[in-house]
Write a protein of this length. Structure first.
Length: 198
């Protein structure tokens, strides 16, 4: 399968998702600057979503730049990952209505969990397909990505589940903070060669 076509399709879908997210910011009726404060919860969740997609795209770009194999399996798992990502605008908009409400935060958590499974599976399939084709070094480079190590570490996943449940019970608004910290301290830890691919 043509790798550049899959990358272009992915880039287009992610660009549309980001566009949908920004369109959810409502223009205040008033012309006073303070009127935008009503949109602050959504702007905050939008910023987290933007960071989320930006970091995911960078890691995705790294994997696809390295890989030598884009099979049908990689294509369909990539579609599953994009499908899970496409729910982020809905989750973001719902949180923006009431950042302290449990329902939207639980839905955001569900989207985040499905997204994590899809991203971990995509990474695993790319690693597997490269290993089958004899590209062991590439598979090892992708396997060494911080985001993949965390997504496949059951001990960390268990700790995260406990934290998320406690947050959802006692302070739902902290969920966005937890997601932001994960994005910054895990997802944004890129492999050393990520800026030297081209």
């Amino acid at each position: 399968m043509n790798k550049s076509r899959v990358e272009a399709f992915t880039d287009a879908v992610l660009a549309i998702i980001l566009t949908i997210m920004v369109l959810e910011i409502k223009i205040p009726e008033s012309t006073h600057l303070s009127a935008i404060l009503e949109e602050l919860p959504y702007i905050l969740s939008y910023a987290v979503g933007w960071l989320f997609i930006g970091v995911a795209w960078y890691n995705h770009h790294y994997m696809f730049s390295k890989t030598k194999v884009v099979s049908r399996k990689v294509f369909w798992v990539n579609n599953f990952w994009m499908f899970s990502t496409s729910f982020l605008p809905v989750a973001t908009a719902w949180i923006g209505k009431d950042i302290n409400a449990r329902g939207p935060q639980i839905f955001y958590t569900i989207v985040y969990v499905i997204w994590s499974i899809a991203y971990g599976l995509l990474t695993y399939v790319i690693i597997s397909e490269n290993e089958k084709s004899g590209h062991i070094e590439i598979a090892n480079d992708i396997r060494s990505m911080a985001i993949y190590k965390v997504l496949t570490n059951w001990k960390l996943s268990l700790v995260e589940i406990v934290l998320v449940v406690l947050i959802l019970i006692y302070m739902p608004a902290l969920l966005l903070l937890l997601v932001t910290l994960q994005i910054i301290f895990v997802g944004a830890r890129f492999n050393a060669d990520s800026d030297k691919l081209f």
